[in-house]
Design a protein around this ligand. Structure first.
Ligand SMILES: C[S@@+](CC[C@H](N)C(=O)[O-])C[C@H]1O[C@@H](n2cnc3c(N)ncnc32)[C@H](O)[C@@H]1O
Length: 275
């Protein structure tokens, strides 16, 4: 298996947000570009040249909105007391190296090839990985999660991954997390909506980007309505605390802007807590 191309594209979208989009900025991921290494110029160039294109602007909106929501929730979580941060399907997410996470052990889980590429990129960028444990997993194969000690609650960020798993693989992972983690742990993930719950821009995006992802060997394999996600989580011990769509993750005035950045009606977030 090769390095996840969709992980590189997500990091490129976060890097390009700083360059192409105006105010208000939704996320300031200054490490996204360094982590792309020698692919950075090429991958960010598409956004520089065609930043107003709805697919590229949609990709930027999608990636920065889900990360910004999750990083706000994570920051609040770690400042409430001792905690652990698990990045599931981490790709080139730079949050462990960018955020103030005092005393918080971090676990990055991903496919072995992508995890190895990430570690090489971190090393080349001179970033300190001392607080981070890298764990290779294939969630589609049902690999077990590490046996986290239950002395502290865990915050799990699972962004841009669920659509690459079949519904039963998503359910199994949610159940494994509930069985493994301490009460008070939180989980945030995004999922694609079914076509009838998307808007026209979301359906265009799904047609075009879904085809590119599939051609790269990463087909989208699941969609969920928010009610289905709520049932799936509740049945496995999670209490749903929020399910915002992309637009609703930021204040309405965020969308009073002169650039091309627009939320897509394509996906929603799920935020849940273990009691
Ligand atoms: C679109 S990228 C998102 C990466 C990162 N979370 C982000 O938001 O930028 C999808 C990630 O999911 C990982 N992934 C996909 N299927 C997986 C599986 N079966 N097991 C583990 N990781 C998987 C990929 O390797 C890739 O890093």
């Amino acid at each position: 298996m090769q390095t996840s191309q969709t992980a590189l594209l997500a990091a490129a979208a976060r890097a390009a947000h700083r360059i192409v989009d105006g105010e208000p900025r939704i996320l300031d991921d200054h490490l996204a570009e360094p982590l792309l290494g020698d692919r950075a110029d090429e991958l960010v160039a598409y956004h520089r040249a065609h930043g107003d294109h709805p697919i590229l602007a949609g990709a930027r909106a999608q990636t920065v909105l889900r990360s910004a929501y999750t990083e706000r929730a994570l920051t609040a979580f770690v400042h409430r007391g001792p905690s652990r941060y698990v990045v599931l399907g981490a790709g080139f997410d730079s949050s462990p190296y960018r955020l103030d996470l005092p005393g918080t052990p971090v676990f990055e889980l991903d496919h072995p090839a992508t995890s190895a590429a990430k570690q090489a990129a971190l090393s080349a960028a001179g970033l300190d990985t001392g607080a981070v444990t890298f764990v290779p997993v294939d969630l589609a194969a049902g690999d077990p999660l590490p046996a986290f000690d239950r002395s502290r609650p865990t915050f799990v960020s699972w962004l841009g991954v669920v659509m690459y798993l079949a519904p039963d693989e998503v359910a199994r992972t949610v159940a494994m997390l509930a069985d493994t983690l301490a009460p008070g742990s939180e989980l945030v993930f995004d999922h694609m909506l079914p076509p009838e719950l998307r808007d026209a821009a979301g359906n265009d995006y799904a047609r075009q980007v879904g085809a590119v992802a599939a051609a790269d060997g990463e087909p989208w394999r699941s969609t969920f309505a928010p009610a289905e996600v709520a049932d799936l989580l509740t049945a496995r011990g999670w209490k749903v605390t929020a399910q915002p769509d992309a637009r609703a993750t930021v204040p309405p005035e965020t969308w009073e802007r002169a650039d091309a950045l627009r939320p897509l009606g394509l996906s929603a977030l799920a935020h849940a807590r273990l009691s």
